[in-house]
Every structure is written in structure tokens, then in C-alpha cells.
Design a protein around this ligand. Structure first.
Ligand SMILES: [Zn+2]
Length: 273
């Protein structure tokens, strides 16, 4: 049966296309060929919950292009705090665990777009056939763990202003657009603080001429200023990615090129040699 991905809006034959997810692109050609028949393209809206804590994880989702999903830990008082933001550098849903396990955190879409969905059972089967694929996904799990470790340190030590700037930069790196579609409610929820705290911080950053507020998000007008304001946590994570999974972590330049080339992809052009 043809997968939904094969009937997607992307031009050309799927068998010759580079998938719009950097982790899948980093796979060896043979491993990607094993996965392709089982990848289904799905559109997800902002706010869609992919998993709640305790749900059986039956699918792995690979965010495509600018799609952003975050892992949030829910606390007793009803608040949620974001622990990691996952874009096209990664995947959500037990990529290294064996068999079906319950989800620990909520996985929620922060920026809408496409995801490639793969049944965990198929992934398990294919992992048994390919040590290379197992190794690559294990390396990704290590990078995701680095992201979570860094997030723990960041939440404990860095100011709300630093952390806000950090999340805005992380989103901007992945969407390639200076319009960051994170509302103040989303930012407050991610950072585990009240809306009034975020409003104050956004106002302070705005007064420095670094961003403008608009409906449904903010527009970054001085990325250099935002980078100076942010803590170095994104950079620490990027450095680990560069050592463990070179070329997989998204950056603004790549995102901008991706936007410019949308719908005009060169088949296979981004596959590593
Ligand atoms: Zn930090």
C-alpha cells in the first residue's frame, strides 16, 4: 500500500526525495529505504497533544520543516514546564526504547506543520535489521538527553529574561522566520511562570528594540541583541549535536534556505554522502 507520504504535496518520487527531517536525512540510504514505505505524512495543528503522560507510545513522529513539538512535564499544581523543544533535528515518541512503553511527559505541538509518522512496531522490526539505524537513533537519544540535562541546569540558574530569549532563538533557528509564532501564553506555559511575568519580560526586551509584539507571537528585529540576551544553553546543546550528529541541528541559515526552496527540492540533495 502506498504511504500517505508518497501522495504528499512534495514533488517527485518519494524514493528519490530527501525527507524534510534532518535526522531521517542523516540515515544511510539503505536504512532510509527500509523506513520509507512505513512513513506517513500527517498535518498537525498548534496545541495538538501527541501524547499525554501514561499513554502507550505506538508511533514515532518526525517533525518536518518548521514544525515544533515540545515535551512538557506536568506538575501537581496543574502547571507544565517545557523540558525540550524538538524540531526537524529529531523525533518524538520512544525512538530508542524497546517495545511499547508509556509516555512520561506531554508532547504538544507548538508550531503547526507536517510530521512523518512511523509505527513503533515497524521501527522495532527495522532496528533489528540495521545496527547503523540503531546507532544513529541511539546517538539522537544521547543528544535529546543532553538537551534535557541542559534544560534542568537552565531552569535552576538562568533568569527568566535569558530563558525567554533562549526559547525565542531556539524557535527561530527551526522555523527560519523572524516572526516567532509563540504566544505569551505558550511562552509562560513553557517556562512554568505566570502570564504577567512573561508580559513584563517581553516588554523589557521590546524596549531594548530587540523585538516587536504582534498578534499570535513576536517578531525579532535584532537577532544579535536577542543572542546577547540569551543564556548559552542552546549553544551548549548545538555543540553536543555537532559532535555526536554532525549537520543535524537546525540553524537559521538552513531554515531560511529551506523556506526559499519550499516545493523546489532537489531530489536527494541533502543526503550526506
Ligand atoms: Zn540557560
Amino acid at each position: 500500500m502506498a504511504s500517505k507520504y508518497e501522495r504528499s504535496r512534495l514533488p517527485g518520487e518519494l524514493s528519490e526525495q530527501a525527507p524534510p527531517n534532518n535526522l531521517l536525512r542523516a540515515l544511510h540510504e539503505d536504512d532510509l529505504a527500509r523506513l520509507r514505505p512505513f512513513l506517513e505524512l500527517q498535518r498537525v495543528d498548534a496545541g495538538k497533544v501527541m501524547y499525554e503522560p501514561g499513554d502507550q507510545v505506538r508511533h514515532v513522529f518526525f517533525p518536518c520543516g518548521p514544525t515544533l513539538i515540545s515535551f512538557m512535564v506536568l506538575l501537581d499544581d496543574g502547571r507544565g514546564v517545557e523540558t525540550a523543544l524538538v524540531g526537524r533535528e529529531g523525533a518524538v515518541g520512544g525512538i530508542v526504547s524497546q517495545g511499547r512503553l508509556p509516555a512520561y511527559s506531554r508532547a504538544i505541538v507548538q508550531f503547526p506543520g507536517d510530521v512523518l509518522r512511523l509505527e513503533s512496531a515497524e521501527l522495532e522490526r527495522i532496528k533489528m535489521q540495521s545496527p547503523g539505524l540503531r546507532n544513529l537513533f541511539a546517538r539522537y537519544a544521547d543528544c535529546l538527553m543532553a538537551q534535557v540535562f541542559q534544560s534542568v541546569a537552565c531552569n535552576a540558574t538562568h533568569s527568566l529574561e535569558q530563558r525567554t530569549a533562549k526559547w525565542l532563538l531556539a524557535a527561530l533557528d527551526r522555523t527560519g522566520d523572524h516572526d516567532v509564532p509563540l504566544t505569551q501564553e505558550q511562552l509562560a506555559a513553557m517556562l512554568g511562570v505566570g502570564r504577567s511575568y512573561i508580559s513584563r519580560v517581553i516588554r523589557q526586551i521590546k524596549e531594548r528594540g530587540i523585538l516587536e509584539t504582534r498578534r499570535g507571537g513576536v517578531r525579532v528585529t535584532a537577532i544579535g541583541g536577542l543572542s546577547r540576551l540569551a543564556c548559552s544553553c542552546n549553544e551548549a546543546v548545538r555543540k553536543h549535536f555537532d559532535e555526536v550528529l554532525q549537520g543535524v541541528y537546525p540553524d537559521e541559515e538552513e531554515s531560511a534556505a529551506m523556506k526559499a526552496n519550499a516545493g523546489d527540492q532537489q531530489p536527494g540533495s541533502r543526503m550526506p554522502g
